[in-house]
Design a binder for this molecule. Structure first.
Ligand code: NI
Length: 167
């Protein structure tokens, strides 16, 4: 299975709002497998289809320490959120940048699995952060957009400089 190229901030394609998946077929299952492989290889704990330039509502997450608890969420929907937590976040689309972001402490997310079955996950801690971070991507939002305008400008400049060096 191929590893997928990951878009880098501030690529404008990261701002595209992803469309719901209408039919869960082999194309979607194959996308999810490739995304999972790309996430594990990177390595990262979550990846949204938006980041691999596929604008469908699919995310993969594995926030476990053992790296064996893959979650594939299709058409995820945040149905409950409560409390507050502040944690340091990073993103495969913004390599080398980590900063504190305020998120809900507890979330409940409804989604479809790769068999098209409705599922619910309730999470707190890192998994809750990860769910909110990846759902943000589907809405065209990167975590740095939660930071101050000054920080965003600095990060953009740094990313653009890096891409000129590696291009
Ligand atoms: Ni991300």
């Amino acid at each position: 299975m191929p590893l997928l190229p990951i878009l880098r901030f501030p690529d404008p394609r990261l701002k595209i709002v992803a469309a719901p998946v209408k039919k869960i077929d082999d194309t979607i299952r194959c996308l999810a497998r490739d995304m999972a492989e790309t996430m594990y290889e990177a390595p990262g704990i979550g990846l949204a289809a938006t980041q691999v330039d596929v604008h469908l509502r699919v995310i993969v997450i594995d926030a476990s320490e053992t790296r064996d608890q893959l979650l594939v969420l299709i058409n995820p929907e945040l149905v409950e959120s409560a409390g507050v937590q502040v944690g340091e976040e990073g993103c495969l689309s913004v390599p080398g940048i980590y900063d504190k972001v305020e998120r809900a402490g507890h979330v409940v997310v409804r989604y479809l699995d790769t068999d098209g079955k409705a599922q619910t996950v309730a999470a707190d801690g890192l998994l809750a952060v990860c769910l909110q971070h990846e759902i943000d991507h589907l809405e065209g939002r990167v975590f740095v957009e939660h930071l101050s305008p000054l920080k965003q400008t600095r990060i953009k400049a740094k990313m653009l400089k890096q891409s000129r060096i590696t291009a």
